[in-house]
Write a protein that binds this ligand. Structure first.
Ligand code: NAG
Ligand code: NAG
Ligand code: NAG
Length: 315
């Protein structure tokens, strides 16, 4: 009886969503080149993969060296930028120079995504008082700056002096000659200066969100996609996204955590290795590079930018 109901349901779904490619039996592919169910499937091509799930209008093919190329549906694909925040990158807070070095490349890729109408998603640490109450000891310990709980999440980071030209200076800062003294704010709390995107990325994020090309989501763990749901996941579902490109810091921690949870939840995952960095040993990046290519694909911005720029011209 249960099986009959499932079969009936599946055939109704198939009737509602007819597909030209692949054959589906009880909603599951019976075509050896099609992997998945009637709602979510990949088609294996003679060379590479079609990830459009039958929605090929305006699709873009990207050259991926390993197991590619991949054909994506731009309406369902997004670039996810993770943790490129002052806390992790700013010079005055002892941030990572490797993370700062990938910013120009990141900005170029953001512009290329916007030019073809693909959304840019920012997911950053942005804690609330409630998050602090619920924060597990392992995270509080990991983010302590002096080994005590006084300097972990939510602690005041005091003031920092930055050049007036620093694009991440807030309107509330006090002027002091050519420099500005600003409140760094409480560690990784929502709305604080230390939780803002670093340098030029701050302007990119603020303008992109204002224009509606970009979307910003706070997170309260390494992953922006953990647990039964996050604001980012809700947005992806509401907007029928299927395919996610990832970059940011650290490649083996927050980027990897977000990529892995997205993979577990059924999204196509693509690591963009030249817009990702880390302070961890090279072995950590090697593990991510190896596994990202198994979970999905690994590529770089130069390889995808050419295809996107060509698509933007015909847009
Ligand atoms: C998808 O993209 C095409 C352009 O390729 C556009 O015309 C269409 O309106 C988009 N569909 C949705 C649902 O956004
Ligand atoms: C990007 O990947 C291609 C191989 O597909 C490689 O030739 C090129 O050097 C890479 N570029 C960067 C900036 O990593
Ligand atoms: C501005 O700050 C820098 C260090 O960040 C310092 O070397 C310089 O002397 C400061 N300039 C002024 C006018 O305070």
């Amino acid at each position: 009886m249960k099986n009959c109901v499932i079969a009936l349901l599946a055939s109704c779904l198939v009737a509602f969503f007819p597909r030209t490619d692949g054959q589906f039996t009880n909603g599951i592919s019976s075509d050896p080149t099609v992997f998945g169910n009637v709602f979510s499937y990949w088609t294996k091509l003679r060379s590479g993969w079609d990830l459009t799930r039958g929605d090929r209008a305006g699709s873009i093919t990207l050259p991926v060296p390993e197991n590619g190329p991949i054909t994506i549906q731009p309406n369902k694909s997004a670039l996810v930028i993770i943790d490129m925040q002052n806390f992790f990158l700013h010079e005055s807070l002892g941030g990572d120079p490797l993370g700062r070095a990938i910013v120009p490349t990141t900005v170029n890729l953001i512009h290329a995504f916007r030019a073809v109408g693909m959304p840019v998603i920012w997911t950053n640490w942005g804690l609330t008082e409630f998050d602090l109450v619920n924060m597990p000891p392992a995270f509080l310990t990991g983010f302590s700056r002096d080994g005590t709980s006084k300097t972990t999440f939510g602690s005041d980071m005091g003031t920092v002096v930055v050049p007036k030209s620093d694009p991440s200076v807030p309107a509330t800062s006090k002027t002091q000659g050519s420099n500005m003294t600003i409140e760094a704010g409480r560690t990784l709390m929502r709305g604080s200066w230390n939780a803002q995107p670093w340098g030029a990325l701050h302007t990119e994020q603020v303008n992109g969100v204002a224009k509606g090309t970009d979307f910003y989501f706070n997170k309260n763990r390494l992953s922006g996609m953990w647990g039964p749901g996050t604001p980012m996941q809700t947005w992806l579902q509401d907007n029928s996204m299927t395919t996610l490109f990832f970059g940011g810091v650290n490649i083996d921690q927050c980027v990897w955590g977000t990529l892995l949870d997205s993979y577990y939840k059924g999204y196509d995952v693509i690591l963009v290795d030249d817009i990702s960095a880390t302070t961890s040993p090279a072995s950590a990046t090697a593990m991510v590079n190896y596994n990202a290519a198994l979970n999905g694909w690994r590529t770089n911005s130069t390889d995808i930018m050419g295809a996107l720029q060509k698509a933007a011209k015909s847009h």
